[in-house]
Design a protein around this ligand. Structure first.
Ligand SMILES: Cc1cc2nc3c(=O)[nH]c(=O)nc-3n(C[C@H](O)[C@H](O)[C@H](O)COP(=O)(O)OP(=O)(O)OC[C@H]3O[C@@H](n4cnc5c(N)ncnc54)[C@H](O)[C@@H]3O)c2cc1C
Length: 533
């Protein structure tokens, strides 16, 4: 820690966006940068892609939150894993790389956010990536984040790709290119069989810079405010309280769950809510914690009739031992895979301009409670609506920074969300009925062939579904009364305070959210440097 505890920039949270900012801002040696992270430096399993299935429930690297009982989900509490280590959720996630659709970002711009249209942010996505399959009009090589395509071979993948062709779903060689529609091999944040989190891609190359200080195991309790200016933060490390000052800006990158929590703990938010927890209101901002969206993601299951194809057969018992040896020697096989080796982007209605649902095609079945492969060979199709309308909220339950906030998704509250999910599930069934799947198709056991009517399908989703772990929106960008940050990501009405992470997304993008969070980190760095250089 430098002598006077003062830095030019303080970044709170070393996740997907925070690590990007730490790298980009400290690249200018005139600035001193402090990066504060509540979690640890790393975990031995993090580099192994398949470790996400274990880290998803590991409190050593995961906040392991859970929602309040969800009214439309059989009053269930839905698990909300979030990374708590350098790299944040990018260090425990499923490694699937999806940019989303151009219209996602055009919609953000259309809502009044200048500089966020797809044309504006395409160069940012391009400079992020080192796309293994080569550069073209859409893609680039040479960026810090390595992106590879799944190369694992399996006759089940060939059958699924063939089934796609049969049902009018073309094999798309690059869903992050000209068109998202189609069935495809997954692009991943994996290099040579190892996870590329933002801690690896962005922080590792910057760690030895003398102007970048990284403090881990440090929970930030609140932002310090002088009038309407943010001047620093208070955190604790090893039970010891520490105050640090920011000469220029504090940039909050705590993610969709913790960024609104930190604002509320600091007296920024809905006055009545803050007062009910005995927190002095420093700045009334009604949108803090509102506009939460996520992808609710029912997981369908089929048995597979041919033995030796699925990882239920190939990665249990001695098979698992072989996969471990194979990974140790060749860095391939089961342990090198992302959460889904194939994806499909589909239209649930023919009249749609672009896909409105995503399928994750997985060559095994898994017990979510025991976190292990099922005995019988099977396959999973996870289904979600790309742009849900249902809106929830996240608010503190107490003034104690170590207490989890109340997460309320309100899943399935919008009729369009219910209908799109039902139609996407029917599409997945249609795909599985294609002749190309005859050799492998066993019995649909989730939800099961007796679950046919819209009402029965919705009831099954409510009783069983978890999320795809893509919460966004709780510090929404915009210029209306409920927006939290403006299009420069500055908190409305407060000086010296920016937010850059998934929480600023005005709407949920059409896909997995890591790429968009990294892009937000890059764009925020551009804004900060343009303003303060
Ligand atoms: C299990 C799982 C699987 C996923 N799978 C995929 C996938 O396959 N593909 C994909 O694109 N996306 C996936 N995602 C989503 C994606 O990883 C996230 O959207 C993205 O990483 C979020 O980035 P962020 O910068 O908003 O926040 P995060 O990366 O979550 O970073 C926030 C950081 O802030 C720290 N922090 C929070 N509060 C404090 C505090 N008070 N003091 C100090 N530090 C604090 C946290 O510990 C964390 O390190 C997945 C997410 C999870 C959890």
């Amino acid at each position: 820690m430098n002598g006077d505890n003062t830095f030019d920039f303080i970044i709170v949270g070393a996740g997907s966006a925070g690590c990007v900012l730490a790298n980009r801002l400290s690249a200018d040696r005139r600035f001193t940068v402090l990066l504060i992270e509540a979690g640890k430096v790393s975990h031995p399993l993090t580099p192994v892609p398949m470790s996400y299935s274990k880290l998803i429930v590991n409190p050593k690297v995961n906040w392991c939150y859970a929602s309040e009982p969800e009214p439309m989900m059989a009053e269930r509490s839905i698990p909300v894993p979030r990374g708590r280590l350098l790299g944040g959720s990018s260090a425990i996630n499923g490694l699937v790389y999806v940019r989303g659709q151009p219209m996602d970002y055009d919609a953000w711009a259309q809502l009044g956010n200048r500089g966020w249209s797809f044309d504006d942010i395409l160069p940012i996505f391009q400079r992020i990536e080192n796309y293994e399959s080569g550069a073209d009009e859409w893609r680039r090589q040479g960026g810090p984040l390595h992106i590879s395509e799944v190369t694992d071979q399996n006759p089940l993948y060939d059958a699924l790709l063939g089934a796609g062709e049969e049902v009018g779903l073309p094999n798309n060689p690059d869903y992050n290119g000209a068109d998202q529609m189609g069935i495809c091999r997954t692009q991943t944040t994996i290099r040579d069989g190892r996870r590329i989190s933002t801690a690896v891609a962005y922080l590792a190359p910057a760690r030895s810079r003398p102007n970048l200080e990284i403090v881990t195991d440090a929970l930030v309790h609140r932002l310090t405010l002088e009038g309407k200016r943010c001047t620093g933060i208070s955190y604790s490390v090893g039970g010891r309280p520490v105050d640090v000052q920011a000469r220029t800006e504090v940039i909050v990158c705590c993610g969709t769950i913790n960024s609104p929590q930190l604002l509320e703990l600091s007296g920024i938010g809905q006055p009545a809510l803050l007062e009910s927890h005995g927190i002095e209101v420093r700045h009334a901002l009604p949108g803090v914690g509102e506009s939460l969206r996520d992808h609710i993601a029912p997981r369908m299951g089929w048995t597979v009739s041919e033995r030796g194809v699925t990882f239920n057969d190939r990665a249990r018992g001695l098979g698992l031992l072989w996969q471990v040896i194979r990974y140790a020697i060749r860095k391939d096989g089961f342990l090198s895979l992302p959460s889904a080796p194939l994806l499909a982007f589909i239209k649930t209605r023919a009249d749609l301009e672009s896909p409105d649902a995503q399928l994750h095609l997985v060559p095994y079945t898994f017990s979510p409670t025991k976190r292990q492969l099922l005995d019988e060979p099977g396959m999973t199709i996870t289904v979600y609506q790309l742009r849900p309308e249902s809106l929830g909220s996240i608010h503190i339950k107490s003034a104690d920074p170590s207490e989890a906030p109340a997460i309320r998704f309100s899943f399935l509250s919008d009729p369009l969300d219910r209908q799109t999910l039902v139609d996407a599930i029917r599409f997945a069934r249609h795909l599985m009925q294609a002749a190309a799947m005859d050799r492998f198709r066993g019995i649909e056991f989730k939800p099961g062939s007796d679950v046919q009517s819209d009402a029965d399908i919705i009831e099954w989703i409510g009783k069983t579904a978890e999320t795809a772990y893509h919460p966004v929106g709780t510090c929404r960008m915009g210029s209306d009364d409920n927006a939290v940050v403006n299009d420069q990501l500055l908190v409305h009405g407060i000086e010296g305070l920016r937010i850059a992470d998934g929480s600023i997304m005005p709407t949920l993008i059409s896909g997995n959210t890591n790429a968009a969070c990294i892009m937000i980190g890059e764009k925020a760095a551009d804004m900060v440097l343009a303003e303060h250089r």
